[in-house]
Design a protein around this ligand. Sequence first.
Ligand code: NAD
Length: 478
Amino acid sequence: MQAKQTVPVYGHYINGEWRTSAETMPVLNKYTGEELARIGKASREEVREAVTNALETFRRVKLSPVRRYEILTRAAELCRERKEELALTMVREVGKVLKDARAEVDRGIQTLIASAEEAKRIAGEGIPLGQPGSENKLAFTIRVPVGVIGAITPFNFPFNLTVHKLGPAIAAGNTVVLKPAELTPLIACKLVDILSEAGLPAGVVNLVNGLGPETGQYLLEDERIAMFTFTGSPGVGRHIKSTTGIRKVTLELGNNSPNIVHKDAPDLDRAAELCVTRGFSNAGQACISVQRVYVHREIYDLFVEKAVGVARSLKVGNPEEPDTDVGPMITEKEAMRAEAWIQEALAQGAKAVCGGKREGAVLEPTILTGVKPDMKVMCQEVFAPVISIVPYDDIDEAFREANDSRFGLQVGLFTSNLQLAMRAAHELEFGGVIINDVSTYRADVMPYGGVKDSGIGKEGPRYAIEEMTDERIVVINL
Ligand code: NAD
């Protein structure tokens, strides 16, 4: 970190040290607008230097699985010790409410621990060569690290999602060049310092700050990077896939998450509370936020009443106050975009049963009814505290509407019927089907990733390690 001006300045982290950057840009407090820090804008040359360093380190530094385990475990301990500081960093740079920021630090710690544990379990398999001519051959596979990984992360969960990339990459023996989201880079800068303090050798993780179409693009164009792991918007994901040719990519993209509340839902109060709170947490800016809620007509009016009750009980505003539930969106521009989508839906016949108003970057938690499938709030990823509740008569209709999306990350279904639950598991076209909880449920150890425009490849340390290693066959002539 450069100590310049009155705010901290983070340039680029290359070979274990912070480098100054010729050009810098501000990182703002998303609630107050105050300048929190400045970050560098990495040039093509600086990105090249980071990749050179990562490649040299990959070839030179070989950490044993136990050493990787120790470093990641130590990093988890350091994060626990610095939990409040890390949480406050996110409260300010993301606008994330304090309780969600604390919860994200806790999850990131678990992701580090899970990555540490998986470092010890990377294994291939014995391959029986049961064919004539191979009688005296012994064959098995080993899993080897892919090399240098380019990691590009989004603004919304800048701690845990960065850990989901760095943890498995380190556990698998790779080196990394990370480009964090330019709107929320500070927590990632702190994380690389923590990894270094935990004993990670210089050069294993490098970080370049800057804008996506500049610094991010330079990274994509460096052919020495063996694999890209990206979490972010579908448009950028598509661009990454088309730019990186035959190199490996995992893409964790968006969703317009459907949740179905059937008439036999075991606990309607709980279903309403989960749909509302998980639609509005992180100001709706989660890839698996509840967005479309399909409710059986027999319980529809009651559900809407309960949902509105929960929404009205939420405290909206300053994310630094410990009891705030919904804070600002990432920028005023994004809040205006979501407000415009609401206005458009209202003009086309929808009704706001609560919320709808905006003040700066803070958009009131909004529940819409009377929506149609082709409204933007339904068919696109709203990424704001806005949910729509839609009645259905027949479960087939609900399944059809849930599946009628270009996305397929996760879906929720509330029902007491085991047969229906199993039918959903087979017929709903998503990476994850969550029964009796909402689409937003995620345990960090589970395989996580979507189908269709929601992406390719899985995260969750064990599954990310599979993506971040190559399977190599070894044949021994006996
Ligand atoms: P974004 O796509 O705008 O940015 C993500 C990252 O990509 C940033 O670091 C950005 O600088 C970089 N980038 C932008 N243009 C680039 C380019 N041309 N080349 C290389 N890098 C480039 O996304 P965002 O607004 O930060 O995040 C919101 C999106 O992320 C939503 O669509 C959300 O659903 C998705 N998301 C998905 C998951 C998941 O696990 N599936 C999790 C969180 C967020």
